[in-house]
Design a protein. Sequence first.
Length: 116
Amino acid sequence: MSTLCAFFDELAMPASLVRSVAARVAAECPRLKARFSKSPWLMSLSGLQEYRAKAGYDGNGFHAYVITRRCSPDHDAPAVRFCNCGTFATRAEAMRTAHRQAARLATLKTLWPGDR
């Protein structure tokens, strides 16, 4: 019986390795995780905050900014503007910059006292 158990354990090893790699990639790449979950929100590594890139036009140019909200099961937490990323000539440029900043914030591993 132990030979049969060892055989099945050996068969399960590649599947567990793939699952481990997938979990690591999901933790390190919030954009990839958001793409698979079809959500524009990027979750932080701690799972406490979610970040989203936004761009708005006010007549002078496109403003890139990142909004954040606390993670909750029903996703009804209010979203607040977290940081401004600058003013740009095109919407694509503004969104690209906001996406980069949101990804940086989502992968931030250290939280300092006083951060929102």
